[in-house]
Write a protein that binds this ligand. Structure first.
Ligand SMILES: [Zn+2]
Length: 565
């Protein structure tokens, strides 16, 4: 850096400039007040700060210098005249939450102004969220909500689950077209403005705003989704990605491992989880280049192909640097599909088996989802066979992960542990749509097994991103209808939160720099609206309503106002 360049930085202390210019021979008189260096220096004090380190120390003060925690302790940490002090007013703070498996990239790509309905517990809640969103948008802009909720949560029992009607939507959004879609491919609902638009495109809409959907596509819902996607620009996708990051930060999340999307066809057959695999990361990469990422994003690449030679996966592994990136954006591995879908039962398919071998031979991390009472057996048995055929250490140091795993058994957890693997468990999905039969995962059994276990949301299609809904499920075993469906496998609050923080560093390969409030680690932290740890002050039901008042990523405030604590 030249001296002229140095002079352009008014924040540099005079001594640095003096050093650079060799001006020490004749010391210049000190200016009356030294300008503070550009490096960030923040003291959070008077809090109940849970470090989530082993033993979960609670401290009241933490100092951040630059993008990392510098010191953690009780009272009187050293400061300088340049330290900015934030009084937490007795609030509870925790490490920024890490979601080890979700689809935040897909959420960013939603057409319209996606408005998360994940936390709505009634039709009135839904309408209030939509009204609040409408108040921030120019008339005529689309308000959408695509995936992440189930109508189960909108009507308390004994009422029948349902969508809001066209008339109800009109009552809060008379000036904006609205489209609310459940899950991958509907059903969905719209208001009067939306109905006019969709009917002009030849899509059938009921008098009450209902649009049919279901597993088979194309259907009226996916045709509606396609109409909205066709009008989307890259600028819209960037805005959507910023909205997604802001929503995450509002819940105390700071890091996500994204698990990709299905290869889109660009037609009305595509559902909410499809994206253009060549262009899907454009918005994210532009924001990254602009320095506008407010969450740490990690990427797994989802591969789904039919050719048993797996040419796409082969090209990926040959041409992409594994673990490339930096602390804000980094590649992690392949998943949650490896070339083909993991088999549900019986023999593994050739495309999946070939893909799995390729990932192992390339030395990448691999992740497969497991949903049924059988599929985890096929996956883990095949991983075991593959590992036995590889030179030592095989896949043991690559941290292969089984995700969701609602029905995994003790025997298979032990097998996976022996392979050096881990299990990503989720709560929110079972919370919004679980039943006595569709329950699990066995949190307690997995924890007792000693295998690495960490939490995720698997948001944004079939499950909410909101980690507090997932934590509520872990702690209570109750679904959104209030039914206990996971009895015997619940965990206490601190242990549950550990799975969303400290335990998740392992899943990213970043346990040395993320997950706890520890000097030297990145200064990612959330100041909570309520004291999650205090069961007397915050009931189990209240856990669902916890939000973040102030979220920091790398010591920078990405959400909230310290003045309003
Ligand atoms: Zn997933």
């Amino acid at each position: 850096m030249s001296i002229r360049a140095l002079a352009r930085f008014p924040a540099l202390p005079a001594a640095v400039v003096a050093l650079a210019t060799g001006a020490f021979a004749q010391p210049a008189p000190q200016p009356p007040s030294q300008p503070c260096p550009a490096v960030r220096d923040v003291l959070l004090t008077n809090g109940r700060i849970h470090t989530m380190e082993t033993g979960n120390t609670v401290v009241d003060t933490v100092r951040i210098v630059g993008d990392r925690f510098a010191e953690v302790g009780t009272r009187r940490l050293p400061t300088s005249s340049c330290t900015r002090t934030i009084d937490l007013e007795g609030r509870t703070a925790v490490p920024g939450l890490i979601d080890n498996h979700n689809h935040i990239v897909l959420l960013g790509l939603r057409p319209g102004h996606d408005t998360r309905l994940e936390s709505a517990a009634s039709i009135d809640d839904v309408l209030a969220l939509l009204a609040a969103r409408a108040a921030t948008l120019p008339n005529g802009e689309w308000i959408t909500s695509i995936g992440g909720f189930d109508v189960n949560q909108f009507v308390p029992p004994p009422g029948m689950p349902r969508f809001p009607t066209l008339a109800e939507l009109d009552s809060v959004t008379p000036n904006h077209p609205v489209f609310i879609q459940m899950s991958f491919a509907g059903p969905s609902v719209t208001n009067s403005q939306g109905k006019r638009f969709f009917e002009e495109a030849g899509i059938e809409v009921g008098a009450d705003g209902a649009i049919a959907g279901g597993f088979q596509t194309p259907n009226p819902t996916t045709r509606a989704l396609h109409e909205l996607r066709r009008r989307q620009t890259l600028a819209d996708q960037k805005r959507g990605t910023q909205d997604a990051m802001r929503y995450a930060a509002s819940l105390g999340l700071t890091t996500h491992l994204d698990e990709g999307g299905f290869p889109a066809t660009g037609t009305a057959a595509d559902g909410a989880a499809h994206f253009d695999r060549y262009r899907a990361y454009d918005a994210l990469l532009e924001l990254y280049a602009e320095g506008a990422l407010t969450q740490r994003i990690r990427l797994n690449f989802l591969h789904m192909e039919t050719d048993p030679a797996t040419p796409e996966l082969a090209a990926r592994l040959a041409n992409v640097f594994p673990r490339y990136g930096d602390d804000l954006l980094r590649i992690v591995g392949i998943g949650e599909f490896t070339a083909g879908a993991a088999p549900i039962i019986g023999e593994a398919t050739e495309v999946w088996r070939n893909g799995t071998r390729r990932v192992a031979e390339a030395g990448w991390r691999n992740e497969n989802h497991s949903l049924t009472p059988q599929d985890f057996r096929v996956i883990i048995d095949e991983w075991e066979r593959l590992n036995a055929s590889l030179p030592s250490p095989g896949i043991r140091e690559q941290r292969w992960v089984l995700a969701h795993a609602p029905f995994i058994t003790e025997e298979y957890a032990a097998k996976l542990k022996a392979l050096g693997g881990g299990v990503s468990v989720l709560g929110g999905w079972r919370y919004i749509s679980g039943t006595a039969q569709q329950n699990g995962p066995p949190f307690k059994m997995l924890l007792d097994s000693g295998i690495p276990i960490g939490m995720s949301s698997d948001g944004m299609q079939i499950s909410p991103m909101n980690p507090w809904l997932g934590l509520y499920y872990v702690v209570t075993g109750k679904n959104a209808r209030g039914e206990v469906i996971n009895a015997g496998q619940t965990l206490d609050r601190a242990t549950a939160l550990r799975l969303y923080t400290a335990a998740n560093g392992w899943f990213l390969g970043e346990e040395g720099s993320l997950g706890t409030i520890t000097p030297g680690k990145y200064a990612d932290l959330a100041v909570l609206s309520d004291d999650y740890f205090d069961a007397r002050a915050v009931s189990d039901e209240d856990i669902k309503r916890i939000t973040s008042l102030l979220t920091l990523v790398g010591g920078q405030i990405v959400y909230g106002d310290p003045g309003a604590l």
